[in-house]
Write a protein that binds this ligand. Sequence first.
Ligand code: G4P
Length: 537
Amino acid sequence: MDSTPATSALARDVAKRRTFAIIAHPDAGKTTLTEKLLLFGGAIQMAGTVKAKKSGKFATSDWMAVEQERGISVASSVMQFSYGDCVFNLLDTPGHKDFSEDTYRVLTAVDAAIMVVDAAKGVEEQTIKLLEVCRLRDTPIITFINKLDREVREPLELLDEIESILKIHCAPVTWPIGMGKRFHGVYHLLHDEVLRFKAGEENASQAFESLQGLGDTRLRELFPLEADALLSEIELVRGAGASFQLDDFLRGKQTPVFFGSGVNNFGVREVLRALADWAPPPQPREAVERTVDPTEPKFTGFVFKIQANMDPQHRDRIAFFRVCSGRYSPGMKVRHRRTGKDMKIANAVVFMANERQRSDDAVAGDIIGIHNHGQLQIGDTLTEGEALQFKGIPYFAPELFSKPRLKDPLRAKQLNKGLLELGEEGAVQVFEPFADNTLLIGAVGPLQFEIVAHRLKSEYGVDAVFENAGIHTARWVTCTDAPHLAEFSKANSLRLAKDVDGNLVYLADTRVNLQLAQERWPKVAFHDTREHGQLLG
Ligand code: G4P
């Protein structure tokens, strides 16, 4: 590639980007850590907003109203801040009752993730699920073990649990000295430095006092009760040979582990530095046709999330778009690969920490919000003309299923239209079971059903209630042996459905029955994800 001033400026800007998400089970401390990270970036106001959204004071029924009035969830969906030489894009992974397929999809648009573990609770259910999604792309993970200011579990036990449950090697970078009321700080294994913690000393610059080296004579004076344990634990940890290896981290095989207390802003700066120093800048991205390098001058990217109903009168939507190469400029004309049409991105927004701003510039790793009226769908690729389709933005097998029941049976047509459109948009997944003609909807979080019920009513005039469909999970099925597939389909017609793109789906009522089906039909492949826009053969 030629190196004009423009291309080298682009390469420089791309190299500064760190696009990441925080994965955590609810209450582990994701919101607190987000706030503290934003403080480092100087975005103090945002901290309040993050908290306001998280506080969950909004009843589901006013969720939409809140959404429209404040645009909070859009504003806090992506937070851009800078620290040192880096520009960070923090993509929110909606948790608590907002947990939905978006939570998973966001992870397809990041280059790294911070995993927050509550030191009292260890590895929890949602963390396991989210890490599985990160694993689809071997996303590098930095681990922050939080709440050391409380009485928590032994650090060695926590590392064992992470390794055995999440199947990722741990490389402790900091090690806690005591816990709870006797939490004195952390020892930094790479810097041979003790960072002292004193409750109530929180500040944005995090200028905690430090001691150099384990040999510092003050160690025993300061922590008479913990010094011996620290020395023997460090010896053990070093002896275990799990030293930090950048390559293993970048391949998603090893996670550097940091201990701290988010609420006290202790240990947070180390995590941010790890992101800046070790997490990868935007990487080349696979498209069906070829691999796209982030420093290519032509603009490309893909939609990974749709936020609807900013203005229901106009079916106004914001498509969250990750730039993969080139540079966005206002008003630029792009080709919409799926429809083959050209469109103009006139009014994209970039998500600067505390407000939505008009975006004037965005490069690979940045997220822009593109207003549209339904043209853009999840998984769509936009380019400056080249026919490209980015890969790696999957549908995830739903874990909750329900069947809509109409209060007014005469609205069946509107119900089907609404469900199919909402399915296309990615609000839920819609299936047509072979056994009957009622559409089945699938989600990964219960709020998705409530949103769909709300939108069916307000946008399609359909009053429906959702009933449990008695299904445990779904798998997309493929088989290269056509007669075998036909036999499978015949034997399982009551368990099969088509998705919106016509792909064959197996609906399992229990985990055991899914296993039995897999054992009984070994030539049939059962997939728990499927690419957007992909027709399974
Ligand atoms: P989440 O987004 O992952 O759900 O968690 P969030 O940050 O909201 O934290 C959940 C609770 O844990 C909050 O308490 C928060 O203050 C607390 N917390 C977070 N980090 C630490 C820490 O390092 N030490 C201790 N002791 N607590 C921590 P809450 O009572 O639910 O909310 P609040 O009233 O304190 O805001």
